[in-house]
Design a protein around this ligand. Structure first.
Ligand SMILES: Cc1cc2nc3c(=O)[nH]c(=O)nc-3n(C[C@H](O)[C@H](O)[C@H](O)COP(=O)(O)O)c2cc1C
Length: 232
């Protein structure tokens, strides 16, 4: 690549500015049709997106206790990827928890979650990625942990931009019930990891899906609302 190549610069700007939150909601009954849109090459696209996430900057190694198993990379984040089959099983799991729930248990958290949009977002998804950051001890919001969160955030943004470069829809969500420790347990995510977000990625929306923009999308205003050129 030529340094400062104007085609590359404008392409990158185009991808960055085109990236947007797309919350895609699909009725559960249409999940099978959504899945039929999924092709094996889509998994290769996801792998390429993950390679882009991998090259995000990070300052400090993750604490050793997070590096004992097969996920032993030094970066302070982990990505747990649910492919379409795993998303189906997650839907089944969530529904089964509703059916076995007693009314009083945790204020019926499973029923409330099932009534939320989460099932429709999973139904609309291609893949769901549970992104965690890896806290260091002590569990304080000290410089090291702030930088771990920042690095994990950079990895997510790389993922979103890579998804955009493939023209995929993406949505970074706080996760709702997907933060729950029982869901972590079900997904095999270590309880010492902290959810940074549940990222929904889809190569295309089903024609009957509802697509909702991010709530703060148009609230940014001009640069002078948050940029100050320092003159002393
Ligand atoms: C850490 C993080 C968590 C988010 N969680 C949610 C969420 O739970 N629900 C939601 O509607 N949007 C969520 N968003 C997306 C924002 O709503 C969205 O980025 C914002 O409205 C700006 O829109 P844009 O992404 O299209 O530029 C989250 C974004 C970030 C960075």
């Amino acid at each position: 690549m030529t340094k400062g190549n104007s085609d590359t610069t404008s392409l990158i700007k185009q991808v960055i500015t085109a990236r947007k939150t797309s919350k895609v909601l699909l009725p559960l009954e249409l999940r099978a049709e959504q899945q039929a849109l999924w092709k094996t090459e889509h998994l290769r696209c996801v792998e390429q997106m993950l390679q882009c996430a991998a090259v995000a900057p990070f300052h400090k190694r993750a604490d050793e206790r997070h590096c004992q198993g097969t996920l032993n990379a030094p970066m302070p984040w982990r990505f747990h990827v649910l492919d379409p089959q795993a998303c189906n099983k997650l839907l089944e799991y969530l529904e089964s928890r509703v059916q076995s729930e007693t009314q009083t248990e945790d204020e019926a958290k499973w029923s409330r979650a099932w009534q939320s949009k989460i099932k429709n977002m999973i139904a609309a998804s291609g893949v769901l990625i549970q992104v965690t950051w890896l806290p260091d001890t002590p569990h304080e919001f000290n410089l090291k942990n702030i930088e771990h969160v920042a690095a994990a955030g950079a990895a997510v943004q790389n993922l979103l931009l890579a998804a955009q470069s493939h023209d995929w829809l993406s949505y970074w969500s706080s996760g709702g019930i997907l933060r729950d420790e029982e869901v972590f347990d079900y997904l095999g995510i270590c309880s010492q990891e902290q959810l940074l977000g549940s990222v929904f990625l889809s190569p295309q929306a089903h024609p009957s899906a509802r697509v909702i923009d991010g709530g703060l999308r148009d609230e940014r205003g001009e640069l002078d609302g948050w940029v100050r050129w320092v003159s002393t």
